[in-house]
Design a protein around this ligand. Structure first.
Ligand code: NAD
Length: 510
């Protein structure tokens, strides 16, 4: 495809606007939010914050577009999906740069997030296969039964700051391929990726109004929750907000899936390759500065694994190169905001006061040339007890808390006592222990010698307990199910000579 690459300069970026009905608009709301570059600590953009009228305009555009998009053929929809796939693929690096500038993560990590989102787009390119119904010939004499699924209408997505490209891509490719139209409310902290994606959709030939972006905060979210024109809400973010979204959306009769926060445990058994485990633990705890819902934030060292593991993890933590996301030498960037940095450092201090042992301390880190950046270094805290704040809080920073346990069963019990159930992993050389673990933990996504077990796009992603409110996981087959509703047709075409009389009795198969 020629000339597919677009640059940031193509978009009106100094004030980040909504994208409604196929073009940018400042909207009616007068409020604006600040968007920072976390590496420099400086504000770089303003983002418009929607009021009710802006949400109304986006839902109106999506409702109008649904009239034809909901009726578009599978072939027509698939053609747009494939074109969009090509455009995202051609713009991975550009998108990664935008993400890095507003989120802070290093470029390779940002490109990785786009790649994982792209896999959902590719999954959605197969929508004709995914939407095939069932057919039962001659279910009763002269009667056939078949099923098919239809789109819901206008669907909304409300997304967190930590994956500004990937998490929205868990939602809208599937929703749109299923024939719905979409209103995305991305995080106001890193809003630019959403507008860049809107431009890619436009270039892919998606009709105006099928994909819309409304920027904003609680005002925009509440307007979406209350809007009678919105059929379904997908949310990803922290647990208190996920719980609120689930309650409010359900109360107004909407279909809702709300994915919440996490405290992901990795259990390390003494029979594991400890060097392998330590390297992977460090990568899973400090990658993206720990701002991943699948980050390993709690290690559970079983029996004799504890001391050697602590030595290896601490060594690796101290080696991590921290710097601005755009510097290719950086392995880890800053955290998202000054408030996040302050909160993370304060929690490390609380851990120390409550009796845990800070083996590697990331507080007070200064990066040369970026002294005002929101940097926190990798931190390892040993001897953590389950009552301490560093264990009970989702820190969402580069902090690994280490708990000790006597046995695999004690470690499984510890995982199950935690209110979250997003992801977990075991490092072991024993198939028997791994199997006991995978069957015993009350968690939605499990890794065996794999620390961040994010399912491939053709499976569905979702946690248990306080990590997900609603009954459908996101993307994959459950995503197709979430964004469609089923119909079953019972059909008879009687031959004129064989018409039986109709009976008032409840129909049974003949
Ligand atoms: P957040 O809950 O603060 O914000 C998420 C979204 O909700 C944003 O769009 C935000 O504007 C909106 N929002 C914030 N406060 C609101 C309120 N009071 N009322 C209505 N809407 C509100 O989350 P965040 O800080 O952006 O992201 C980090 C959190 O997301 C972490 O807890 C992380 O574990 C979680 N997360 C979970 C998953 C998952 O798959 N389970 C994936 C990514 C992130």
């Amino acid at each position: 495809m020629a000339n597919v690459s677009i640059s940031r300069g193509d978009l009106p970026m100094s004030v980040i606007e909504h994208w409604i009905g196929g073009s940018p608009t400042a909207g009616a709301g007068g409020r604006r939010g600040a968007v920072f570059n976390p590496a420099t600590g400086q504000q770089q953009h303003e983002v418009v914050l929607a009021d009710h009228a802006d949400v109304d305009a986006a839902v109106a555009a999506a409702t109008t577009a649904f009239g034809s998009w909901g009726q578009a053929s599978l072939s027509a929809r698939t053609k747009v999906m494939f074109a969009f796939r090509e455009l995202v693929n051609a713009n991975v690096q550009e998108l990664a740069g935008i993400i890095s500038d507003e989120h802070g993560k290093v470029l390779s990590d940002a490109a990785g997030e786009v790649q994982r989102g792209l896999e959902v787009v590719e999954f959605a390119c197969g929508i004709p296969q995914l939407l095939k119904g069932d057919y039962s010939d001659q279910a009763s004499s002269g009667v056939d039964v078949f099923s098919f699924r239809e789109p819901l209408g206008v669907c909304a997505g409300i997304t967190p700051f930590n994956f500004p490209a990937m998490v929205p891509m868990w939602m809208y490719p599937v929703a749109i391929a299923c024939g719905n139209t979409f209103v995305l409310k991305p995080s106001e902290r890193d809003p630019s990726a959403a507008n860049f994606v809107a431009e890619l959709w436009r270039r892919a030939g998606l009709p105006d109004g099928v994909f819309n972006v409304v920027h904003g905060d609680k005002v925009a979210v509440d307007a979406l929750l209350q809007h009678p024109g919105v059929a379904a809400i997908s949310f990803v973010g922290s647990t208190p907000i996920a719980r609120y979204i689930h309650q409010e959306a359900a109360a107004s009769g909407k279909r809702v899936q709300a994915l919440g926060g996490a405290k992901n445990h990795a259990i390390v058994l003494p029979d594991a390759d400890l060097e392998f485990a330590a390297n992977h633990l460090a990568a899973a705890a400090f990658g993206s500065a720990g701002e991943r819902c699948m980050a390993i934030s709690a290690a559970v060292a079983v029996g004799g694994a504890g001391d050697p593991l602590m030595e290896l993890v601490s060594r690796r933590a101290a080696e991590v190169v921290v710097g601005p996301g755009r510097d290719p030498r950086s392995e880890m960037g800053p955290v998202v905001s000054a408030a996040a940095k302050q909160r993370i450092e304060s929690l490390i201090g609380t851990g120390e006061q409550q009796g845990a042992k800070v083996l590697v301390d990331g507080r007070g880190l200064s990066v040369e040339g970026f002294e005002d950046g929101f940097f926190v270094g990798p931190t390892v805290i040993d001897q953590v007890e389950t009552g301490m704040d560093v264990y009970t809080e989702e820190i969402f920073g580069p902090v690994l808390s280490v708990v000790r346990a006597e046995s695999v069963d004690a470690a499984i019990a510890l995982v199950n006592a935690n209110p979250y159930g997003n992801g977990t992993a075991i490092f072991t050389g024993s198939g028997e222990a791994a199997r006991r673990f995978q069957r015993g933990v009350h968690v939605g996504m499990i890794g065996v010698n794999v620390p961040i077990p994010v399912p491939m796009a053709y499976y569905s992603f979702g946690g248990w307990k306080d990590s997900l409110f609603g009954d459908r996981h996101i993307h994959g087959p459950e995503g197709v199910s979430f964004y469609t509703r089923g119909k079953v047709v019972t059909s008879r075409w009687p031959h004129v000579t064989s018409v039986h009389g109709a009976s008032l009795q409840f129909p049974t198969a003949l």
